[in-house]
Design a protein around this ligand. Structure first.
Ligand code: ADP
Ligand code: MN
Ligand code: MN
Ligand code: MN
Ligand code: MN
Length: 369
């Protein structure tokens, strides 16, 4: 995270919001659209910038390509810094409202080869190859809210909250912090058109979760990245920082993951449990490949989280079980009872790239690589 200076609080929180309101209320000309282009930078951070369009885009194909300075996004050398933005998904803009748009882009170098952090580029090919199997994904995105000094939001500055226990799905001022942000983000996702399926407070205070899905194929990556953008952007207005670090606090505090729930059409049909078991057998043979794909540092980030404690399995072992939250793969109790449904891969780190995670799962389970 960037150095935060001596203020200790976000300057955003002292902006005059009623003055801002006057200018937000200025009517936008009917023939102008603001399009916020959003992309992944060279360190899996999120960037965005705006352009005015003089037409109403009906689908993502209508949106023009654009470019940005890759050398300012940890991406390319200054001498050849132009990096292309190719629109891939379009959402409604919950900040500017009206016909304004959010535009998710993937990124290409000056020679039109994908940037190093453009994992969508290979993911979409794999999803295309497996599309007959109708792969669905639901990702549980855990995250932690921080003050500007990097300490979890609302924690005592010289000390700690009481031990974990009362906070998960908690209710009450001494149990959960910053619900305003969580609710604002939920509304923003629904308005934008992100398939958000729920929210809950997590085990560590100021840690929360939202779920996106089920989404078919490439859309899980697109929608999760858009939901992450919305979260950072909403929290910015409250002067609160969001971290996706998988282990923000050392010690007896839960880390943050991005459990990936997965099914194919065959798993969702009667007796699909057989297919679920087949997939688990395949996953058991490629544990290392999956650990490599499940965080941006090829396992180094997850090594801090997947300790075998705090509802995780050890990074070194593959395991599976019904209703077992200490396993790599869990079969939800309800699916075991119904004999069909989905499996939950509990290994992906909160800061994973969902394109890399969903690609690895499909390669192993659907394409038998
Ligand atoms: P947990 O009990 O592990 O906390 P959650 O309720 O947080 O589970 O998340 C479950 C996720 O699984 C949701 O995102 C949901 O959309 C997704 N899901 C449900 N059914 C399927 C399915 N058949 N295939 C893939 N994902 C699914
Ligand atoms: Mn400039
Ligand atoms: Mn969950
Ligand atoms: Mn959780
Ligand atoms: Mn889960």
């Amino acid at each position: 995270m960037a150095q935060q200076g001596v203020l200790g609080f976000s300057p955003n929180t002292v902006m005059n919001k009623s003055a801002a309101q006057r200018f937000h209320a200025i009517p936008q000309p009917d023939n102008k659209i603001r399009a916020e282009y959003i992309w992944i930078d060279g360190e899996y951070g999120i960037r965005s910038k705006t352009r005015t369009l003089d037409f109403l885009p009906k689908s993502v194909q209508d949106l023009p390509e654009w470019n940005y300075d890759g050398s300012s996004c940890y991406q390319s050398q200054g001498s050849n810094s132009d990096t292309y933005l190719i629109p891939v998904a379009m959402f409604k803009d919950p900040f500017r409202l009206g016909n304004n748009k959010l535009v998710l882009c993937d990124t290409y170098k000056h020679d039109r080869t994908p940037t190093e952090t453009n994992q969508r580029h290979t993911c979409i090919k794999v999803m295309e190859a497996a599309k007959d199997q109708k792969p669905w994904f639901g990702i549980e995105q855990e995250y932690t809210l921080l003050d500007m000094d990097g300490r979890p939001f609302g924690w005592p500055k010289c000390g700690f909250p009481g031990p974990q226990g009362p906070y998960y799905c908690g209710v009450g001022a001494d149990k959960v912090y910053a619900r305003d942000i969580v609710e604002a983000h939920y509304n923003a996702c629904l308005y934008a058109g992100v398939n958000i399926s729920g929210i809950n407070a997590e085990v560590m205070p100021s840690q929360w979760e939202f779920q996106v899905g089920p989404c078919e194929g490439i859309t899980i990556g697109d929608e999760l990245w858009m939901a992450r953008f919305l979260l950072h952007r909403v929290a910015e207005e409250f002067g609160v920082v969001v971290t996706l670090d998988p282990k923000p606090m050392e010690g007896d505090w839960n880390g943050a993951g991005a459990h990936c729930n997965f099914s194919t059409e065959a798993m969702r049909k009667p007796n699909g449990i057989v297919e679920i078991q087949n997939a688990i057998t395949k996953l058991s043979k490629h544990h290392d490949r999956h650990i490599q794909a499940y965080d941006p540092k090829k396992g180094a980030d997850n090594a801090r989280r997947l300790t075998g404690k705090h509802e995780t399995s050890s990074i070194h072992d593959f395991s599976s079980g019904v209703a077992n939250r200490g396993a790599s793969i869990r079969i939800p109790r309800g699916c075991a009872e119904e004999g069909k449904g989905y499996l939950e891969d509990r290994r992906p780190s909160s800061n994973c790239d969902p394109y890399a995670v969903s690609e690895a799962i499909v390669r192993t389970c659907c394409l038998n690589e």
